[in-house]
Design a binder for this molecule. Structure first.
Ligand code: ADP
Ligand code: MG
Length: 238
């Protein structure tokens, strides 16, 4: 578990600035959702927290460490993407344990971590199957399970439900909420879907063009949007 702090974080691609100095304080165990239109800088921000993109200015703190120069594997984060790639030739058990195996953990420890993740995500009865024999929702749960086994301080989700159909998406929202209640990790979750943001978030961060427009609880941004953009985006009554 850890706090995540962004201090005036900037991202430039060459001459193009796409994140314009954002400040954000995320509490220990908080579920924060970054939401905003396509291209506003959500994924870039998440990737900077993950260490997958270098920052062009400012500071990122995870727990008690400034992580600006730390590679992803030293940040104690786990990331779940929209296009999760499971290993098709491995069973669910092997998929779940793979990252721990690479980290040369003892087999007993791997088995315990895998069983615990499978239990949390209701995957126990599928552990011997291969991904090809799972439904879309089950595959997505395996992708989340791979993130859980490493006991990260912080989970980073980038549009993890975008490839699922509407019914499954609703179901998975509930799963993710349950997951958060069980593991109590800090979660930073990116989506362009306002409903998803409102359902999941402790606090919502509304972004536009590389800026933060408003930060608040779902109720606060709904009832007291700070400008027309937020009101329109969230669908607040006029
Ligand atoms: P979002 O996730 O909110 O849709 P992104 O963070 O992916 O937005 O992108 C923010 C902006 O940065 C967009 O204008 C995008 O075109 C630009 N961008 C993202 N990645 C790169 C890159 N590797 N090189 C240049 N521009 C990029
Ligand atoms: Mg994105």
């Amino acid at each position: 578990m850890a706090q995540v702090t962004l201090r005036t974080v900037v991202k430039k691609y060459g001459a193009l600035q796409v994140v314009h100095g954002i400040d954000l304080d995320i509490d220990d165990s908080e579920f924060v959702v970054l939401v905003g239109p396509s291209g506003c800088g959500k994924s870039t921000t998440l990737r900077m927290i993950a260490g997958l993109e270098p920052i062009s200015g400012g500071e990122i703190v995870i727990g008690d460490r400034v992580v600006n120069d730390l590679p992803p594997r030293h940040r104690n984060i786990s990331m779940v993407f929209q296009n999760y790639a499971l290993y098709p030739h491995m069973t669910v058990r092997e998929n779940l344990g793979f990252s721990l195996k690479i980290a040369k953990r003892a087999q007993g420890e791997i088995d315990r971590a895998v069983d615990e993740a499978a239990e949390i995500l209701s995957l126990t009865e599928y552990l011997d199957r291969k991904p090809g024999a799972l439904s879309g929702g089950q595959r997505q749960r395996v992708a989340m399970g791979r993130a859980i086994v490493r006991h990260p301080d912080v989970f980073l989700f980038d549009e993890p439900l975008s490839n699922l159909d509407a019914k499954l998406r609703t179901q998975m929202r509930t799963e993710i909420k349950k997951l958060h209640q069980k593991v109590k990790s800090t979660i930073v979750y990116v989506t362009h879907d306002q409903v998803e943001a409102m359902t999941l978030a402790d606090r919502i961060v509304i972004m536009r063009d590389g800026h933060i427009e408003q930060i608040g609880t779902p109720l606060e941004v709904f009832e007291a949007p700070t400008n027309t953009f937020v009101a329109t985006f969230i669908g607040s009554p006029p």
